[in-house]
Design a protein around this ligand. Structure first.
Ligand code: DAH
Length: 333
């Protein structure tokens, strides 16, 4: 056989053999024999080197073609073998894996509803940092360094002198310096307290803080706003709310708000304490660069875990941050 015929034979038969290799071992064997250091292609390359000038002229291109065709056939087969699944490794009679769809956490559900209600009343939904400065968490909310109210909010202090915010009221004091009334904002976020964890206390929980500053704002606006929110989130029309005087350094007057439902049986038939609120203290406005002679405002803060517990009849706050998915799965869908 002349060189050209040999090259053509190698191109056709060799490529066919590579393509037909049944598995990785067969392919490797074929590669060694055809493309290896002492393989068939190498033999023909050697033969080419010593061929007559005439053969060299007529076979040069063919040699390149053979080389390319074999390499391409090898690579294609190698790829398809790697991608192929070894069918003997699959037992199609095995039961499938049970894949559960995830679901929205009950706190996120309530948070979302609260944000919706306040958006519909023209409030901006805003956010603030978890790592906060003393000044915004306390001082500018009328809780100076020596004030006993600091003791009621056990604080995680950081070595930098900053702290983990103990309430979302910090977003109020943060907002004022950059904003002039009218202001209508609501923030939902995590807060942190150095608490012993038990059925009704957690060290990480979720608060809503809402605040509004404008001209001629009264307690009536506060009550109307809270009623709208509570009815929407508790999904009842017959809720009554009751304000009791209370003390929070950043409001004057301050109130605690209880809720009950006339048609409810069980827990809700009696007053349940839900949140704190009041008219923003003139000192807080002043420290925020807002003229308290001209503007007034209200603010309120509530714990979302408490709201979700009332709504769903949950007895233990540890359900929310615990890892027992059996509890959380009940709220899917
Ligand atoms: N920041 C308070 C707390 O965490 C809750 C609160 C009470 C917020 C009264 C308010 C308010 O805006 O007016 O205990």
């Amino acid at each position: 056989m002349d060189l050209a015929a040999q090259l053509e034979a190698l191109r056709d038969d060799g490529a066919a053999r590579l393509t037909a290799a049944a598995d990785a071992d067969a392919l490797e064997q074929a590669r060694i024999e055809l493309l290896g250091r002492n393989g068939a292609l190498k033999d023909l390359k050697d033969a080419f080197k010593t061929a007559s000038p005439e053969d060299k002229r007529s076979c040069g291109r063919l040699l390149g073609e053979v080389d390319q065709a074999l390499k391409a056939a090898y690579e294609a087969r190698d790829k398809s073998l790697q991608g192929a699944v070894d069918s003997s490794a699959i037992d199609i009679t095995l039961p499938g894996e049970d894949r559960r769809a995830g679901s929205i956490h009950p706190i996120s559900q309530v948070a979302w509803e609260v944000e919706q209600v306040f958006s519909s009343m023209g409030f901006d939904v805003v956010d603030g940092p978890h790592i906060e400065e003393d000044e915004f968490n306390f001082t500018r909310l009328n809780i100076p360094p020596d004030h006993p109210a600091r003791d009621s909010q056990d604080t995680f202090w950081l070595s930098t002198g900053k702290l983990l915010r103990t309430h979302t009221s910090s977003v109020q004091s943060r907002t004022y310096p950059d904003t002039q009334p009218p202001i209508r904002k609501v923030v939902v976020g995590k807060v942190f307290r150095y608490e012993e964890v038990d059925a009704t206390h957690d060290n990480t929980f979720t608060q809503v803080e809402g605040f509004l500053v404008d001209e001629q704002i009264t307690v009536a606006h506060l009550v109307g706003t809270l009623q709208t929110m509570i009815k929407a989130v508790l999904r009842r029309d017959d809720v009554e709310i009751r304000l009791r005087p209370s003390f929070f350094p950043f409001v004057e007057p301050g109130f605690e708000v209880d809720v009950r439902s006339t048609s409810a049986t069980g827990r809700f038939s009696n007053w349940v304490e839900l949140l704190g609120c009041g008219m923003i203290h003139p000192k807080v406005l002043k420290m925020g660069g807002i003229d308290p002679e001209r503007y007034q405002g209200f603010a309120f803060g509530l714990g979302l875990e408490r709201l979700a517990m009332i709504r769903h009849g949950i007895e233990d706050i540890r359900l929310f941050n615990g890892a027992d998915l059996r509890g959380l799965r009940q709220f899917a869908g």
